[in-house]
Design a protein. Sequence first.
Length: 207
Amino acid sequence: MHRCVIFFLFLFLFLEVSVAQEISKDEPVEYGVRKKQGWIGFDFGNDVIGVNSFSKDNHVAIFHSFGLKYRLKNPKEGPSFYISESFEGVTDIDRMFNHLKTTIGTDVEIGGRFYFVLGLAGYFKVFVMESGYRSDFYNFSAGFKFNSGFGYKLSPKFIVDVLCHFQLGSPLYVNNYTSSGGANYSVAEKETQLYFQLGINYLLRKK
C-alpha cells in the first residue's frame, strides 16, 4: 500500500512539472491575472469499500456519495483547483454511518476533448449520524486521497468525467473488544476507500 501511495505521488508531481514546462515553452510570459474558467460540478459515487481495514474486524460494505464541486481552471492547459462539499454514507447489512466531507484539491488534465486526469487532494469530514454500530464515533476526521480517470468534453459548456479514488484518513470511530483472556481493549477504526465516481460539470463563467 505504501508503494502504491509513493508511486501515485511521484507520478502526480512528475506530470505537474511536465505540464508547467510545456506551458512555459509554448506561451509567452504574461503579467497580471491569468484567464480562468469557473465550473460547477455534480459528483455521484458508489462502490464496495473496505471497512476497519487495519483491524481484525475487516470486511466490505457499500459506499455511496453525492456532492457539489466548484472548479477553477485555465482554459488551455495546466492544473485545475477545486473545492467540493459532499455527503458520504456507508451501509453495512443492518448498520450505517454518514459524514459531510469538504475536499480541496488539484487535478492535472492532459489531452484534448478526451483527456486523462490525475489528482491529489486533502479532505475534512464531519460526523453526521450512525445506526446499529454501538461504536464511539469521532466528530471530526481528516485525510488525503489520490484520483485518476478520464474526462470527455461533450460541448464547450459540458464535461463528464469518471474517476477512481483511493482515500486514506484518520480513525472514524472506536470499537471495544474483549480478548480471549477476558481483558477489554479499544481499537480506533479506519476505513480504506477505493471507489468510482461520475462527475457532470457545467461552465459557469469566463474571465
